[in-house]
Design a protein around this ligand. Structure first.
Ligand SMILES: Cc1cn([C@H]2C[C@H](O)[C@@H](COP(=O)(O)OP(=O)(O)O[C@H]3O[C@@H](C)C(=O)[C@@H](O)[C@H]3O)O2)c(=O)[nH]c1=O
Length: 182
């Protein structure tokens, strides 16, 4: 696998190194030893999938607070998404900054989201399916959200925003959030 650091410290793009043959290809998409060697969480306790019918659908920006803070490993298994991260870690040099990676079934890339970083995505095609692993169990008591359109963050969403959940319409702004401490 190829690990490429993203602009937010501790966030990575993880690409497979496919081996092709007459049947198609084979590639490793997770390896506890390689993730551990890069200092990444290598133990997943939950795996989720979401299907999004329309292009432009936006889910985010979501995170969990300690002691349920979770790292995520995100892949797009149908359609296409722009996967987006916002740094919410107290004292981080990139606090409040965002970065994004386009994920598709064809590029087979994954995004590693570290603890303390909010995550969301917008679908770029209809019927986009997102599959992701979590390092901590879902804990509604520790869930947090950040407004997808906070001007102080300035995420450049590529399509008109569609299908926001009621929760995501009402998430707080960065200035209203308590930064996340480990
Ligand atoms: C995330 C989650 C939700 N749920 C429930 C709560 C609710 O009734 C229903 C849908 O939940 P939500 O509206 O929060 O789903 P969604 O907006 O897709 O939330 C997800 O968004 C992306 C961007 C992430 O990063 C994920 O961690 C997660 O927060 O499923 C679970 O039972 N387990 C879970 O792990």
């Amino acid at each position: 696998m190829i690990f490429a650091p993203l602009s937010l410290q501790g966030a990575w793009r993880v690409d497979p190194e496919p081996r092709g043959d007459a049947r198609g290809l084979f590639a490793r998409i997770f390896c506890a030893e390689e993730f551990g060697a890069h200092g990444l969480v290598a133990r997943w306790v939950q795996m989720n999938v979401s299907l999004n019918r329309e292009a432009g659908t936006l889910r985010g920006m979501h995170f969990q607070r300690p002691p349920a803070a979770d790292a995520k490993l995100v892949r797009c298994t149908a359609g296409a998404i722009l996967d987006v991260l916002v740094d919410l870690r107290a004292g981080s040099a990139s606090f409040g900054a965002w970065c994004a990676v386009e994920l598709t079934p064809d590029n087979r890339s994954a995004v590693y989201v570290p603890q303390g970083v909010a995550h969301g995505f917008q679908t770029l095609a209809p019927d986009s399916e997102v599959t992701y692993c979590h390092s901590a169990a879902y804990s509604p008591a520790h869930e947090g959200g950040l407004r997808y359109d906070d001007p102080a963050v300035g995420i450049d969403w590529p399509l008109p925003v569609a299908n926001l959940s009621p929760r995501d319409q009402n998430n707080p702004l960065l200035a209203e959030l308590e930064p996340i401490t480990a």
